[in-house]
Design a protein around this ligand. Structure first.
Ligand code: P1T
Length: 379
């Protein structure tokens, strides 16, 4: 289809997908198949083996690439599998990677416990600070930016970091999981690679674990595509199909996540038991580079860790669970759950206090969500 003429929601429904040529089926079939018949050695229709390529995956990759405004897209079995491939394809032992100091705990664990022992060097910096670029020395191979960050929702100026990366010859990777391409397009702001945990908003229904990366430069795409096949952390066709179905409503869902989050935010801001609220809303950079903020809110609850434990156990609509970005609301304590793999002193130094509570505001009726939080404050 003529993707250059289509708006975001049209791309989300149609990009990469045509009615099935054999049957006319309007939805892309689940090609539940591992291998493809050849009519002579090498005589195939573009598909040989499903680790290398699968038609359902091809449709998802094309759809998500279109949403990020990218030439190329690759899907993976998880967000961390996509992260791992980016590092192993493009960073060598001895190279320096500068990573945000407030990233998903599993990303930190992969860097610190898996890739560092293989010889890659990692330094951590707060890219939301005005002097962030001083943290990127000449010779840096890659900068890993989450914006907004998980869980403190800190926002970095992608364009400014991209300029610094170009000046020192570093690659800029942006984890766009929280914003989604509906609200933020990192490649257009100068990033080299965009990465997602599609487990979150892109799929949106908490029923699939998956990852994705998008890239414009063919010279970067080739080693990434090679490693997708060579290491093989690919998603199965059922998961890919569910994600393809989920992403069709991304824009509609994000608008509702956002409007519900605004109601919850207003409630938290005036509540006497809330010491501090974290949300991109207050950042001038966010207002410039994002067209909306989505449904993530974190806050410090007054009181000790026990109070935080009681609070997250007391909500009824907000389910106590890791993950985020589904249609249902979730609540968690990063220090004890999603970021427990970060050493406590490093975690606290990055500003993630023990009593921090993270909300993934879903698409339920906003008043019900506020009522649920209100009763949990009284518990
Ligand atoms: O879980 P997985 O699909 O492998 O994605 C990892 C990941 C990468 N980037 C960001 C910003 C993430 O939030 C995640 C996963 N995060 C959670 C599971 C969580 O609850 O924060």
């Amino acid at each position: 289809m003529a993707t250059d003429l289509a708006g975001f929601d049209t791309l989300a429904v149609h990009a990469g997908q045509e009615p099935d040529p054999t049957t006319g089926a309007v939805m892309t079939p689940i090609y539940q198949v591992s291998t493809y018949a050849q009519d002579g050695v090498g005589g195939h229709k573009g598909y040989e083996y499903s680790r290398t390529d699968n038609p359902t995956r091809t449709a998802l990759q094309a759809c998500l690439a279109a949403l990020e405004g990218a030439r190329f897209g690759l899907s993976f079995s998880s967000g961390l599998a996509a992260t791992d491939v980016i590092l192993r394809a493009l960073v060598k032992p001895g190279d320096l990677v500068i990573c945000g100091d407030d990233v998903y705990g599993g990303t930190y664990r992969l860097f610190d416990k898996v890739l560092k022992p293989w010889g890659m060097n990692f330094r951590y910096a707060d890219f939301s600070m005005a002097d962030a670029n001083e943290a990127i020395p000449a010779g840096t191979r890659m900068v890993w930016l989450e914006t907004p960050t998980n869980p403190l929702l800190k926002v970095s100026d992608i364009q400014a970091v991209a300029l610094r990366c170009k000046a020192v010859g570093a690659l800029l990777v942006v984890d766009n999981t929280f914003a989604t391409p509906y609200f933020q397009r990192p490649l257009a702001l100068g990033a080299d690679i965009v990465v997602h945990s599609t487990t979150k908003y892109i799929n949106g229904h908490s029923d699939v674990v998956g990852g994705f990366l998008a890239v414009n430069d063919a010279a970067l795409y080739e080693p990434l595509k090679f490693l997708q096949n060579a290491a093989g952390a690919v998603p199965g066709p059922q998961d890919v199909w569910l994600t393809l179905r989920g992403v069709k409503t991304l824009g509609v869902r994000m608008d509702r996540h956002q409007s519900n989050a605004e109601v919850v935010l207003a409630f938290l801001r005036q509540h006497p038991d809330v010491a501090r609220v974290y949300h991109p809303f207050d950042s001038p950079v966010a207002r410039r580079q994002m067209s909306g903020f989505g449904g993530m809110i974190s806050f410090d609850l007054r009181g000790d860790l026990d109070r935080a434990r009681r609070f997250v156990a007391a909500t009824k609509l907000f389910t106590l669970a890791e993950s985020l970005g589904g249609v249902e609301s979730l609540i968690e304590t990063p220090a004890l759950m999603t970021h427990a793999s970060i050493e406590p002193e490093k975690r606290r130094a990055a500003g993630i206090e023990d009593g921090l509570i993270r909300l993934s505001v879903g698409i339920e009726t906003a008043a019900d969500l506020v009522a649920d939080l209100a009763q949990a404050f009284r518990a």
